[in-house]
Design a protein around this ligand. Structure first.
Ligand code: FDA
Length: 286
């Protein structure tokens, strides 16, 4: 168990706050700089259906608040927060209500991608929501060996992607482990997505990949309304500002909520690289 005060000391850089109001104020500041946001209500995989219903209500509140405050923002959600780990049909019913509200507000919802036990279920949920509502996108992970095959199929559906490396610890038989191999796969996937004409959220803080993305976008003459860059709150703000100044659209992932502690500790356990950043941040605390 890590003391909450210590965990909060580093987490606060990466989390907008505990309340929706704090997230709204932070997004307003980003928007003033021309930076877009995607808001995420922090949560773990839920253990009963009541919790999924609570998550749904919170997601709808976020959408309403985006509308009320005229924010340049959309919503990201984790399917297990809506019950994908309990009952796929139930999770669809919950997510569908969020999609309905988003549609009525002309907004957009992205399904985050969690660990590999949920990859197929998340893609199935996405396909059903896409055919019923349309205003939904998905995330794919460059470290998974299956992802290129998934993209071949998803391209045909007119998918709106977020492409990331992937954050979870996955077994070697299904996931690439070497840094450069993951990067190479990321570039290969990005090229396939851009060439398909589908919309891509290029989610990374890796300068090598951002350079490669610039090269592909220019080389393939991809119009600016076919992609955006995406980064996590509190990470590489220098690079974020540079991309913004270069005239490309950039969106920041803004998590908030009461579940910040569990979320932060889980992230620390999952990814030793992030633990490295955490401790660097701890040492620079005033
Ligand atoms: P890499 O990890 O190599 O980081 C590049 C550089 O960025 C580092 O050298 C460091 O300088 C900096 N950096 C990265 N992370 C940092 C941190 N936490 N603190 C401080 N500095 C840091 N994953 C997933 O499995 N499912 C998902 O749905 C999503 N969603 C998502 C949304 C958005 C908008 C982003 C940016 C990322 C995700 N991810 C994700 C996480 C993603 O898979 C990946 O783990 C992280 O983005 C880190 O990978 P990079 O490509 O940034 O490279």
């Amino acid at each position: 168990m890590m003391p909450r005060s210590i965990v909060w000391a580093f987490s606060k850089k990466y989390i907008a706050g505990k309340s929706l109001e704090e997230a709204v104020q932070l997004v307003k500041k980003l928007n003033e700089k021309g930076i877009h946001a995607t808001i995420d209500v922090l949560g773990e995989a839920i253990t009963n259906k009541e919790e999924a219903v609570e998550s749904k209500v919170e997601c709808i509140q976020v959408l309403n608040s985006i509308e009320k405050n005229k924010l340049m923002a959309n919503l990201s959600l984790k399917p297990t927060q809506l019950g994908l780990n309990l009952d796929e049909k139930f999770a669809y019913e919950q997510t569908k209500e969020i999609l309905e509200q988003a549609k009525s507000l002309k907004n957009f919802v992205r399904l985050d991608m969690e660990d590999s036990p949920y990859t197929d279920a998340t893609i199935n949920l996405y396909k059903k929501l896409l055919s019923d509502y349309g205003n939904v996108g998905i995330v794919v992970q460059a470290y998974l060996k299956r992802t290129f095959d998934d993209v071949v199929l998803l391209n045909k559906l007119g998918t709106n992607y977020r492409l990331c490396k992937g954050i979870y610890i996955e077994p070697q038989n299904i996931a690439y482990k070497e840094r450069q191999v993951i990067r190479d796969n990321y570039v290969k996937l990005l090229e396939a997505m851009l060439k398909s004409g589908n919309y891509v959220g290029i989610a990374t803080h890796d300068e090598y990949l951002i350079d490669e993305a610039y090269r592909l976008i220019k080389g393939l003459k991809i119009p600016k309304d076919k992609f955006e860059f995406q980064m996590l709150l509190g990470v590489r703000e220098d690079l974020r500002d540079k991309i913004n100044e270069d005239g490309y659209k950039i969106r920041i992932y803004v998590p908030f909520g009461e579940h910040w502690y569990k979320y932060s500790v889980r992230r620390l356990k999952e990814n030793p690289t992030i633990a490295g950043h955490v401790f660097k941040n701890l040492f620079s605390l005033k």
